[in-house]
Design a protein around this ligand. Structure first.
Ligand code: 5AD
Ligand code: SF4
Length: 481
């Protein structure tokens, strides 16, 4: 039977990206191979996000367009947070979808696809909709088709027990559910055997990990740290309210754990934090930051801030600007508040105009970029260990990867950037020759001297790498190539 093709468009956070890899893994078992070309797909899936209205608008326009330009006989599926949030009424929002599946039952995707195929074959015009209220008691382990060969996401906790007044996540992902340490460790041991080097432990509130099963993120980190072959461990996203000093000390003590923290503050003003139901004050947040910097002066810290929360005054907003300067974020992700259905803040009076909010976010972004660029300069002239993930998207003559503490870095390899075509060699052949030469670095950790520091990325030059070492060794031992 010829293989069918599946295209998945993923909106939103790492949780959705991880779910997409699961969907591809399961669909592989019923003979669907991934494609990057939507038009040739037999099954197009939109993995939707509902964190802001903008993402929901995007979902509508994708599904509308796909439905209009449909490959004959192909299927359209809607998955992810909007599907979970809206339940059966989603068909009004996305009338073009043949399959609708929630976030709690993605393990059911292959069955639903087969059902939709059957309906189509029998000319039954019925949508296949399945949305579960909760995750099953035993969350099934499903095959995962990972996009990146060296860096893997591993879910450690699903859902969130908090009810921040702006946030849709508890509605779309449910209450907190931690996976057991044994199960997580097994998954990571398998990844190590498959050659993965870097693990990102994922959760909406990773610091809450274990509270429901009598353990902690610090304990999990110590266990994962034992796995041979894994070189780097990171976790995301932290909640200041559950972050403990023990966790910070554990990160500082374990050499394979990146000194990298993503800790959204959301607002720099206590009144706003209170109305957001964030459960910490600015002073408490700063205590955590100071402790991190005390134990790990070079740690990389990133955060999120919401601008224009209902009722946020100009002075309160300026506290967020002040916070960015005081915290000295390596990167700060900002968003204008977007009212979400089913959340308390959506019903609150919001006298601030859209224009004013846009002005605020412009200022906050400018300050964040300025701070990030200043922070980035601390890497200038240093040597960093970069795990190479592939080629730079902007310049395929450069490698792209991340330093140990997470910052994206593009790397020049001596002798490659000024390579010219050999006589009779076409540009395409030259590009191919270059990517072949650069491929040897993929998945390897190389020493890179940082030569440029931009706000969001670094640039550097390869100074030592496994292949380079091997070459030197060969030279020393006088072994010819
Ligand atoms: N409006 C704007 N931003 C939001 N976020 C979450 N909910 C909203 C909302 N209703 C932001 C928060 C969170 C990030 C993932 O998205 O900053 O940390
Ligand atoms: Fe949403 Fe708050 Fe839970 Fe984060 S902690 S997922 S912002 S409810």
């Amino acid at each position: 039977m010829p293989q069918k093709k599946v295209y998945i468009e993923t909106l939103g956070c790492q949780m959705n990206l991880a779910d997409t890899e699961r969907m591809l893994g399961m669909l592989d078992e019923i003979d669907y191979t991934p494609t990057d070309i939507r038009e040739e797909a037999d099954l197009s899936i939109l993995n939707s996000c509902s964190i802001r209205e903008h993402a929901v608008d995007k979902m509508r326009s994708y599904i509308g367009l796909w439905d209009k330009k449909r490959k004959p006989g192909s299927l359209i599926a809607l998955a992810g947070c909007v599907a979970q949030q809206e339940g059966a009424s989603i068909t009004q929002i996305a009338p073009g979808a043949d399959i609708v599946i929630g976030t709690h039952n993605i393990h059911r995707l292959p069955d639903l696809v087969l059902q939709a195929q059957k309906n189509q074959a029998e000319d039954i015009h019925e949508r296949v909709i399945e949305i579960w209220e909760e995750l099953p008691e035993d969350i099934p382990e499903v095959p995962i088709l990972r996009k990146n060969k060296y860096h893997a996401w591993v879910n450690i906790i699903y859902g969130c027990n908090y009810r921040c007044t702006y946030c849709i996540v508890p509605k779309t992902r449910g209450d907190q559910r931690s996976r057991s340490i044994a199960e997580i460790k097994r998954e990571i041991e398998t990844l190590a055997m498959e050659g993965f080097k870097e693990i990102m432990l994922l959760g909406q509130n990773v610091d809450g990990y274990g509270l429901d099963i009598g353990t902690s993120l610090a304990a999990l980190l110590r266990e994962v740290h034992e796995v041979e072959g894994i070189e780097r461990i990171k976790f995301l996203t932290s909640h200041p309210c559950d972050m403990t000093y023990e966790l910070i000390e554990t990160v500082a003590a374990l050499p394979k754990v990146a000194k990298y923290f993503h800790i959204p503050i959301q607002a720099g003003n206590d009144g706003v934090l209170k109305r957001m139901a964030r459960r910490y004050t600015y002073a408490r947040y700063m205590e955590l930051i100071s402790y991190i910097r005390k134990l790990m002066p070079q740690a990389s810290i990133t955060g999120d801030i919401i601008v224009g929360f209902p009722g946020e005054t100009h002075e309160q907003f300026m506290d967020s600007v002040k916070a960015v300067r005081e915290i000295r974020y390596d990167a700060c992700i900002t968003a204008v508040y977007s009212p979400r259905p089913y959340t308390p803040a959506a019903d609150w009076e919001d006298p601030i105009s859209a224009e004013e909010k846009n002005e605020r976010i412009r200022l906050l972004n400018a300050v964040s970029a300025e701070v990030a660029e200043e922070q980035s300069k601390r890497y200038l002239g240093t040597t960093q260990q970069v795990l190479v993930e592939g080629l730079s998207q902007r310049n395929p003559r450069r490698l792209a990867g991340r330093i140990f503490d997470n910052k994206t870095t593009n790397v020049d390899v001596p002798g490659i950037s000024d390579l010219e075509a050999a006589p009779g060699e076409s540009e395409a052949e030259l590009s191919q020759r270059i990517s072949k030469q650069l491929e040897q670095y993929f998945g390897k950790t190389i020493g890179v001297k940082i030569t440029k520091a931009h706000a969001w990325a670094l640039r550097g030059e390869l100074i030592s790498g496994p292949s380079q070492n091997e070459k030197n060794l060969r030279k020393a031992l006088a072994i010819s190539d």
